[in-house]
Write a protein that binds this ligand. Structure first.
Ligand code: ZN
Length: 261
């Protein structure tokens, strides 16, 4: 019973689920066969405790990374929403259990989460895309203008890709000519969705400047009343804008890496 790891932990769980092929009353604890059930229980407790402690060499880093990304994302969305969280009370838990028994989820009718989170399919790449968008939305996505501020104005805020103007988030999303191919490709379906589902002239009226377009791309909820979109359309728009932000980010980062060389 040595060298515990995550892999071994799941192997043991699975082995315990299957039917035993051999029967033995003794287990090998540190080289000695032990038959006393009380000592065996203690040894197992110690062993499983050891298994649950992360080990540097055997720890599942990709899982940890996923957890950290999720935690970061949830924190950012909550921070952005300024949501006050009401702790669950015993009553709520009992009601939830009753609802579970009736086959209905307790939050079936709740509509409390931001669409940036709702439309995320549960896989890593979609979470990464949402995370990029949330960082852009909350001002934590690092561009040259931020580096300029954080470096006490020693780093040049000019865009490293086009060298034409200061690189802020508006420049990345709506102006930088170096990113125009990706912008065109992934912005067209956004514009199409809005124009096809709103009265004629709405697009020209609402999105006639780059700031409004940036606002739509980063947080479409601001326009939901004016557009009159229902949940399904909001989620579609959210997905399209998430891809848009990620594709521009990906292209930008790839080009910057090449420049870095
Ligand atoms: Zn540029």
């Amino acid at each position: 019973m040595d060298n515990p790891s995550t892999d071994l932990f799941y192997k043991l769980i699975n082995r315990n689920r299957s039917k035993p092929r051999t029967n033995s009353t003794g287990i090998d604890i540190e080289g000695e066969l032990e038959f006393n059930p009380a000592i065996q229980r203690k040894a197992f407790a110690k062993y499983y405790e050891d298994l649950s402690i992360p080990k540097e060499s055997k720890f599942d880093n990709s899982y940890l990374e996923l957890c950290q990304i999720r935690q970061h994302l949830v924190e950012e969305v909550l921070y952005n929403q300024q949501t006050t969280i009401e702790p669950y009370k015993e009553d709520d838990v009992s009601k939830a259990i009753d609802n579970l028994n009736s086959g209905k989820s307790p939050d079936d009718n709740a509509d409390s989460t931001h669409p940036v989170w709702d439309s995320v399919e549960q896989n890593l790449i979609e979470i990464r895309k949402a995370s990029t968008k949330v960082r852009m939305l909350t001002g934590t996505y690092m561009v040259q203008a931020d580096k300029h501020k954080f470096s006490q104005y020693t780093i040049d805020p000019t865009c490293l890709l086009c060298h034409r103007e200061i690189e802020d988030i508006l420049h990345v999303l709506t102006q930088c000519p170096v990113l125009c191919n990706e912008r065109k490709e992934y912005f067209t379906p956004i514009k199409q969705l809005v124009t096809e589902n709103s009265p004629p002239g709405t697009w020209e009226l609402l999105f006639n400047n780059k700031l409004a377009v940036t606002q739509l791309v980063l947080d479409c909820t601001k326009y939901m009343k004016q557009l009159g979109f229902k949940e399904e359309l909001i989620l579609k728009l959210e997905t399209l804008t998430r891809h848009f932000c990620f594709k521009l980010h990906y292209k930008r980062i790839s080009l910057l890496k090449k420049l870095d060389g």
